[in-house]
Design a protein around this ligand. Structure first.
Ligand SMILES: [Zn+2]
Length: 148
């Protein structure tokens, strides 16, 4: 039997599983503890007898607050990855050419040819050697997704 006093969380973002009660019943359905706590006598016999007891809500880890969607966090991490990949590419690009006195930038013909060809080629048609950097990026994306 739970003897500690648990404050019910009543914020708008209260846990959908325990309804902010921070605990659920150990019954088959894992009903919010609210259901059992508010049962009138004698229907609460299982509670009085200690057969049905409250356990920490596994959804909110007993906080009573609905966990923030993990997908939002993954989305931010993927966006950060996309930004890093793009800025890394641009840093590489600016090292491959020449900045002119007027601030414009000249790309060497060999680089123009190579990048234009790659731009027009699907991944599946790239030579194996040129797929390697794309595969390395895929691995980094997978690492972010798998961490969740
Ligand atoms: Zn909960």
């Amino acid at each position: 039997m739970i003897t500690e006093i648990v404050t019910i969380y009543e914020g708008p973002d209260r846990c959908k599983r325990c309804l902010g009660w921070k605990r659920i019943a150990n019954d088959e359905e894992g009903l919010p503890w609210k259901y059992w706590a508010e049962l009138p006598s004698p229907e609460n016999l299982a509670v009085v007898a200690g057969i049905i007891v409250p356990v920490e809500c596994p959804h909110c880890m007993g906080s009573g607050i609905e966990p923030k969607e993990q997908v939002d966090d993954v989305r931010e991490q993927l966006a950060a990855y996309a930004h890093t990949a793009r800025s890394g590419w641009m840093e590489y690009l600016f090292k491959q050419g020449t900045t002119n006195p007027d601030g414009s930038f000249t790309i060497r013909p060999g680089s123009v040819e190579r990048w234009a060809r790659q731009m027009r080629t699907t991944y599946w048609s790239l030579p194996e050697e040129e797929r390697k950097s794309d595969l390395a990026e895929a691995d980094q994306i997978l690492a972010i997704v798998r961490k969740q």
